[in-house]
Ligand binder design. Structure first.
Ligand code: FE2
Length: 315
């Protein structure tokens, strides 16, 4: 079952090797043909999934005034029923940490990055993570940026991904620093005029997208159920970049300075590496709490829209 299709990237070009990590890159992959991503396998995975590792999120309907973000519980729905409820609703199920929950997916992930490391000289990925995102027709993932290296692999359904340059005004340094310092995805300022500089990609099953570190992005599902895989990686260079981002955030937020440099080596880098290490050990860093939302609905066969409000609780 864990036989990895090889090669995973059947149409890899030499130009892909040069562009990996440096430019927006759309690649053909073969995970969508793998039995572990069939609907039956995903339904089974949902039924075994530890509650602390998933998030079921209900988003606002198109045209609804208030932005809504509520978290829910899958209740006693079986896996197929959960997928069907998502296909009919306005929500997404994020199976976080699939690599920790099921070793077969961890082996697929390791094999994929081993193939990438072989294809891209000097690419040294580590701390790999995998999530599976099952999402409703038509929903959007709002404009944001992520800290680790990222790729999005389409397995079922179709979506449109907008990628923006990883520089101001698309990515204000202070916004990235806040994400690094708090671990909370801040609401990044988005201007529809940014779209003129966006690169827009259509993702169908068998397409994978990788983009330069921290590049802001947003996603629109087409009118169909979507199954996508998200993978994350770190490299020595990404770790250094993260240290500089944190140090610049400490200088800006706590010392009221205006840091500008982003050198990844030399004395300036090592001073920032020391600064962020000291801050991580300090009580200041522990004051920042991760944002946690209560779970306040449950999937329910007898409720309108298959969702019933429940007294809020925290996992
Ligand atoms: Fe993202």
């Amino acid at each position: 079952m864990d036989d990895t299709p090889s090669p995973l990237f059947p149409a890899w070009q030499d130009s892909d090797t040069r562009q990996w990590g440096h430019a927006e890159l759309k690649l053909a992959h073969r995970w969508h043909e793998h039995p572990l991503f069939s609907r039956e396998a995903l339904a089974g995975l949902i039924e075994r999934y530890p509650a602390e590792h998933y998030a079921l999120v209900r988003t606002s309907l198109q045209g609804e005034a208030a932005r809504q973000w509520r978290e829910g519980d899958i209740g006693d729905f079986n896996g197929q029923e959960v997928i069907e409820a998502i296909a009919q609703g306005r929500m997404w199920l994020n199976l976080r940490n699939v690599h920790l929950v099921d070793a077969r997916y961890a082996r697929l992930l390791d094999a994929a990055y081993a193939e990438l490391a072989e294809r891209v000289p000097g690419f040294e990925p580590s701390a790999l993570r995998m999530g599976i995102l099952i999402s409703s027709p038509g929903i959007h993932v709002h404009y944001h940026a992520d800290l680790p290296g990222q790729a999005l692999w389409q397995v079922a359904g179709r979506k449109r991904v907008y990628l923006y340059p990883a520089r101001p005004p698309f990515l204000p340094p202070a916004a990235l620093e806040d994400i690094a310092l708090t671990g909370v995805e801040v609401k990044m300022p988005y201007d529809p005029a940014f779209d003129q500089q966006a690169r827009v990609f259509e993702l169908a099953p068998g397409a994978m997208l990788h983009w330069p570190l921290n590049a802001p992005h947003r996603v629109e599902n087409h009118d169909c159920l979507n199954v996508s895989v998200t993978t994350e990686h770190w490299t020595p260079g990404i770790r250094r970049s993260q240290m500089v981002t944190m140090a610049n955030g400490i200088l800006r937020r706590h010392l009221k300075l205006h840091p500008s440099g982003r050198e990844l080596q030399g004395p300036g880098f090592w001073m920032k590496a020391a600064l962020q290490a000291a801050w991580r050990r300090s009580p200041w860093s522990r004051r920042v709490q991760r944002l946690q939302r209560p779970i306040d609905f449950r999937l329910d066969r007898t409720a309108a829209g298959l969702m019933r409000d429940i007294p809020p609780f925290y996992r």
